[in-house]
Design a protein around this ligand. Structure first.
Ligand SMILES: [Zn+2]
Length: 147
C-alpha cells in the first residue's frame, strides 16, 4: 500500500477515535453530574464521590490529552507535515506511525532526544511521571480498599 493511502487510512481511524473520545468526554461530564445528584451528605458517600470524581477527572484528563494528540495529527495531515520528523525533516517510517500515530519525530531523533534527556531533558520526563495515568487510578482503588 502506498504511503499516502496508509496515512489516509490512518486519518479515518483517527477521526473515528476522535469522535469516540469526544462522546466519552461528554458522557463523563453527565455521569459526574448524575453522581453528585444521587449522593447526599453521608460521609462515606462523600468520600466515594471524591474518589470517583478523581478517577473520572483523571480519565477525562488522559482522554483529553489523547484528543489533543489526535487533533495535532489531523492538523498535520491537513497541512501535509504528518509523518515528517520535526527534528530532521525526514520521513517517519510507516511502521513507526502505525505503532505510534502521534509520533512527531523519527526513531533516530527520538533516540538522540532520549540520550540527551539523561542529561538535560528532565522536565519532559518528570511531567510524564507526575501526570500520572492509569497507574494513578489503580492507586486510588487500593487506597479505597485498605481504609
Ligand atoms: Zn528525525
Amino acid at each position: 500500500m502506498a504511503r499516502k493511502d496508509s496515512i489516509l487510512k490512518m486519518r479515518d481511524l483517527l477521526v473515528k477515535r476522535r469522535d469516540a473520545l469526544r462522546r466519552a468526554l461528554a458522557g463523563d461530564l453527565s455521569m459526574l453530574k448524575s453522581l453528585s445528584d444521587q449522593h447526599g451528605g453521608d460521609v462515606v458517600d462523600a468520600a466515594l464521590d471524591a474518589v470517583q470524581d478523581e478517577i473520572s477527572s483523571k480519565l477525562a484528563e488522559v482522554e483529553s490529552r489523547e484528543l489533543a494528540n489526535i487533533e495535532v495529527a489531523l492538523e498535520r495531515m491537513r497541512t501535509g507535515t504528518y509523518g515528517v520528523c520535526d527534528v530532521c525533516g525526514g520521513k517517519i517510517p510507516l511502521a513507526r506511525l502505525n505503532a505510534l500515530p502521534y509520533a512527531t519525530n523519527c526513531i533516530e531523533c527520538q533516540r538522540a532526544n532520549e540520550n540527551a534527556g539523561a542529561g538535560g531533558n528532565y522536565a519532559g520526563d518528570w511531567s510524564r511521571v507526575l501526570d500520572g495515568g492509569p497507574a494513578d487510578v489503580d492507586v486510588s482503588f487500593s487506597d479505597l480498599e485498605t481504609t
